[in-house]
Design a protein around this ligand. Structure first.
Ligand code: NAG
Ligand code: NAG
Ligand code: NAG
Ligand code: NAG
Length: 381
């Protein structure tokens, strides 16, 4: 009896001890209470197609979709669809109190996707389908969670919003780094499958606001091109599809840049006017001074081709004050404006929201960032 009473006391004490730390991955323990908004969860695979193989017919290109319904009911007229950035999956929308929960609190029907070829999504497995790394711990520290420690770019010194130290060994960092998983290195295959399955999703759920992060911005632009009537608004958190190039590190001029996205902001064809059949018909040149604090950008020269379908959808980009994107996001805005697309660029600092890096929507002030998105939706629906 005495032994058993002591044993019970000890286990109660250890339960209480474990419950004290619910940060990072520790939150998986049964005694840690969920921080998410109360909701119902359904999940689906949308789109995809049969491909005949030697072993039988396989389904490829299907899109993994989670449907989250606020327990208190939906009271917003149009859904939001959350699309993750490169190297991560839909899992990042649930994290501490995740970004998705803020929209559930506002009363939206929320959809979270894993892009095709990522996580629970699928894409055709050709012989040349090669996976690449999501992100190393070092890339994550320098680029996203603790850029200030290596002075990775001038604005990095203003980074204050990451929860925890942002380096390996910190429980929040370790949990975040675990969300990086391999993804396809063939963005052409991914774009084609997202175009088809993405528009199928929207045809089933109706016109929706697409909220993407980083290179996840490729797909809302393609859906705006292919099924513009179904995209209520294209909301881009730190869009990663810089026209015709990618920036690497802190260097200026041609060093540290790689050419990318031959169709301007995408790897696959979009509708231009005057019409073109090949991306080589676009001519462009570097414009603007190039400093670490503000980069030069590619803009069209000669005949300016307009993005006539994409222009049917309202476009907004949101950028953090301490993110590398604040040094080149103007390239996205200037390119789209030149191509006839009406854009808005919300620099979060102008709204009094400061200190965010590239993953601002997961940082300490993520409710404020969700609030800016909600406000934009309210004035554009
Ligand atoms: C795959 O489906 C096609 C079309 O239905 C069918 O003709 C073919 O026999 C199937 N392949 C195998 C291996 O069963
Ligand atoms: C919608 O529902 C949410 C959550 O119940 C509530 O906080 C919000 O005030 C509601 N908004 C409107 C416009 O009814
Ligand atoms: C990527 O996929 C496309 C479409 O299937 C294919 O034509 C192309 O060769 C692939 N590229 C690479 C580099 O594997
Ligand atoms: C990045 O550039 C800034 C400004 O030129 C410089 O102060 C900083 O040391 C550079 N950081 C790295 C990691 O090279």
């Amino acid at each position: 009896m005495i032994f058993s009473a002591l044993f019970n006391l000890a286990s109660v004490a250890s339960v209480a001890f474990a419950a004290a730390d619910c940060t990072g991955i520790n939150a998986v323990a049964p005694q840690c209470v969920s921080q998410e908004a109360l909701h119902y969860r359904d999940f689906f695979y949308i789109g995809g197609r049969y491909v005949a193989g030697a072993a039988g017919n396989l389904t490829y290109d299907q899109l993994y979709v989670e449907k989250l319904t606020p327990a208190a009911g939906v009271n917003q007229s149009k859904p939001v669809v959350l699309s993750h950035g490169g190297g991560t999956s839909g899992v990042v929308s649930h994290n501490r109190k995740g970004f998705a929960s803020h929209f559930l609190d506002y009363g939206y029907q929320v959809y979270i996707i894993d892009q095709t070829s990522v996580g629970r999504g699928s894409a055709e497995d050709l012989d040349d389908y090669v996976m690449r790394i999501g992100s190393t711990a070092e890339i994550t520290e320098k680029g996203f969670t603790a850029p200030e420690l290596t002075n990775a770019y001038p604005q990095s010194q203003q980074h204050t919003q990451w929860p925890g130290s942002g380096v390996k060994g910190d429980s929040v960092f370790d949990a975040f780094e675990s969300t990086f998983i391999p993804l396809t290195s063939n963005l052409t295959i991914q774009e084609l499958s997202m175009r088809s399955s993405g528009c199928q999703l929207l045809s089933l759920i109706g016109p929706s606001f697409l909220i993407s992060h980083s290179i996840g911005a490729l797909h809302p632009l393609l859906l705006s091109n292919d099924c513009p009537a179904l995209v209520a608004g294209n909301i881009n958190l730190e869009p990663g599809n810089i026209p015709f190039q990618s920036y690497v590190g802190n260097t200026t001029s041609s060093v540290g840049r790689t050419s990318a996205r031959p169709w301007g902001m995408t790897n696959t064809h979009v509708t231009y006017e005057p019409a073109i059949s090949d991306s080589s018909e676009l001519t462009y040149e570097l414009v603007g001074d190039d400093t670490p604090a503000k980069r030069s950008c590619y803009m069209q020269t000669g005949t300016i081709h307009k993005l006539t379908e994409i222009a049917k959808v309202k476009y907004v980009a949101l950028t953090g004050s301490a993110s590398p994107h604040i040094t080149y996001e103007h390239c996205v805005i200037d390119f789209l404006e030149q191509a006839g697309v009406a854009t808005e660029w919300i620099k979060l600092a102008d709204k009094g929201i400061v200190g965010n890096g590239h993953f601002g929507y997961l940082e300490k002030n993520s409710p404020q960032i969700a609030g800016v998105v909600h406000e934009w939706i309210q004035s554009n629906c």
